[in-house]
Ligand binder design. Structure first.
Ligand code: ADP
Ligand code: MG
Length: 298
């Protein structure tokens, strides 16, 4: 009997070492892929980047996103999309940094749609904040392309549409799923009590570096104060990570995923504040941080 047991445990032992080996191989392959894509990550249990759109997991109800990606004419995800989509789709908070033109809009719109799954007519569940009306308009247009095969309602909040949004909120109620706006417009409507953000489940702050300059911080605070959903998922996307962003980030993000690029993407998931790299630490307020960590163009 002892022999059988012995053989069994030996077998188990060899299986365990085989598993350990293949685990190691998988980790090495993952590290190599990230290196090739110039993606760097840090944090707890960072999901693997998706090498293709086919590899990206979406909830069944959000299968329409694939048709949206096709409608956009995109065949391969960019590095920021490869890494940020799985992260956000898992419901993680993210601080993402990638150069201008690297496809950041898709990197947050795709997972935002995946998290929201489809139209619900249950109030604004996705909020995208952008510093200027022009950028907000571009994001809105990308949303419209990517949602082409669903009834997901996206709305660009402008001076002209503000009244309509407010009206829709109060009368017909709950028509829009996703709202794209500058912070100022949102704050104006919040002050007029014409906008209810308590249903927002995902809030994306794009061009976070610009948004944390010149008094925008106050507006962002007000916007986030209006987002009272207990499980608010937050994402900050930026071409650079200046120190002002990092200090607010620590207040705002639960599990920070910082995607930064040493050419393409560097992604940090930080749960305990002790894991905050020096350039993100609250104490690090020197102005050269901005320069040091500027993302070069690919
Ligand atoms: P960023 O916000 O990082 O500056 P954008 O999101 O504005 O970049 O994207 C820049 C351009 O790249 C846009 O024209 C966009 O349509 C295009 N783009 C984004 N993702 C892809 C992709 N996966 N394949 C091809 N083109 C893409
Ligand atoms: Mg952009």
């Amino acid at each position: 009997k002892a022999g059988v047991e012995g053989a069994r445990s030996k077998k188990k032992g060899s299986k365990a070492s085989h598993d350990a080996k293949s685990g190691e191989h998988a980790r090495e392959a993952l590290a190599l892929f990230r290196k090739q894509m110039r993606i760097s990550v840090a944090g707890d249990e960072v999901p693997a980047p998706a090498g293709s759109f086919e590899e990206m997991w979406f909830p069944k109800e959000a299968g329409w996103i694939r048709a949206g990606i096709e409608a956009a004419g995109w065949t391969e995800p960019t590095p920021i999309q490869m890494q940020a989509v799985p992260v956000m789709t898992q419901g993680r908070d993210v601080l993402a940094c990638a150069p201008t033109g690297s496809g950041k809009t898709g990197a947050f719109v795709i997972p935002l749609f995946a998290v929201l799954r489809g139209p619900k007519k249950a109030g604004i569940r996705g909020l995208i904040i952008s510093p200027t009306r022009e950028l907000a308009t571009q994001i809105f247009q990308q949303c419209q392309t990517l949602r082409a095969h669903s009834k997901m309602e996206c709305k660009l909040l402008t001076k002209a549409s503000a009244a309509a949004v407010a009206d829709v909120q109060s009368s017909m109620g709950k028509k829009h799923d996703v709202l794209v706006s500058t912070p100022a417009r949102v704050v104006t409507l919040l002050k007029e009590r014409a906008l209810d953000l308590s249903t927002v489940e995902v809030c994306v702050i794009d061009e976070a570096d610009k948004l944390f300059e010149d008094g925008f911080v106050h507006q962002i605070d007000e916007v986030l104060a209006g987002c009272t959903h207990p499980r608010l998922q937050k994402a900050l996307f930026s071409a650079t990570i200046p120190p002002q962003v990092s200090s607010v980030v620590l207040d705002v993000l639960l599990l920070i995923v910082c995607i930064h690029c040493l050419c393409a993407v560097l992604l940090y998931f930080l749960s305990p504040p002790s894991a905050v790299p020096t350039f993100l630490s609250l104490e690090t307020q020197q102005t050269d941080v901005h320069e040091t960590h500027r993302c070069p163009r690919i």
